[in-house]
Structure formats: C-alpha cells, structure tokens
Ligand binder design. Structure first.
Ligand SMILES: [Zn+2]
Length: 157
C-alpha cells in the first residue's frame, strides 16, 4: 500500500486482526521507507467510516485526531506509545463494528469509548480527557466528576 506519509509502496504488515463481527480485517502496516505506521481495513464493501459531529456535520474518521487527544491526556504519565496505540485500535475496532450498516458514528460515542479506555488505563489521564471532552465549565462540575469517580472506585473495591 502507498504510505500516506512518504508515498512509498513498500510496507510490512505488523498486525492483522479480524474484527469481532467478522466483517472486516484490520491491518497495521509500517512503511519500510520511513517507518510511518498506518491502518488499513479490508472489508466486503469499502466505505469510509464517517463521524457525525454535534453540529450534525460529517467528517471522515480520523485516527490521528483521536491520538492527539489521548497524547495530550497522558502527557507526563507512565503510558507508552504502544498503550496509546492499543487504545486507539480498540476504539477504532469498536466504532467499525458499531457502524457496520450505517458507516457512521457519533463523535460523542467515540468520546465515551476513549473515556472508558482511559478510565481503565490511568485515572489522571481520564480526568484530564474528561475535563476537556465534557467541557467542564465550572469547578463544581469537575468536583462532581471526581466524586463520581471515587464512588465508582469504592464500588469496584
Ligand atoms: Zn513512508
């Protein structure tokens, strides 16, 4: 496949995975020329996954956009690039399965999936992401979220 970064044609597949519902195979590829990693999907009918924004506008699913949000949330946390990639892979897989008939997914669904994944990975990153994503407008909202987290923690323990 042509590398989206340097346009070279040589790549190697570093991971292949059949999605849960069997409708698509996801391949992680690495460009042999520049090392850039990207994802390709193989499915019966190729239609791009579209994201419905809160305004109702559609835009193509952008993995890099998700990644930027996660990278920001995990800044200075003990989280590896691989863990970030796994989160994005998980969200992309779930979104692809959910959107299999419509090829559309709401941006808030993506946000909630990321929140879930971050919650399991790192609570600091979770709160950071939640504060940006949920757009806390005041301190009370933020405190409520922390309280909610604490309760959820107690319930788990
Ligand atoms: Zn390349």
């Amino acid at each position: 496949m042509r590398c989206p970064h340097c346009q070279e044609m040589e790549d190697k597949v570093i991971e292949s995975r059949t999605l849960a519902d069997g409708t698509a195979i996801r391949r992680r590829r690495e460009c042999l020329s520049c090392g850039y990693r990207y994802t390709s999907y193989e499915r019966v009918e190729e239609r791009p996954l579209m994201v419905i924004k809160t305004t109702g506008a559609r835009e193509p699913f952008d993995r890099n956009k998700l990644e930027r949000g996660v990278v920001q949330a995990v800044r200075k946390r003990p989280i590896s690039q691989l863990q970030i990639e796994e989160i994005i892979n998980g969200v992309e897989d779930r979104a692809t399965v959910l959107a299999k008939t419509t090829h559309e997914i709401a941006s808030h669904q993506l946000g909630e999936m990321l929140l879930e994944a971050l919650y399991d990975l790192d609570r600091v990153a979770y709160v950071r992401f939640a504060s940006v994503y949920r757009n806390f407008t005041n301190v009370e909202e933020f405190v409520q979220e922390i309280e909610r987290l604490k309760k959820a923690n107690l319930a788990r323990e």
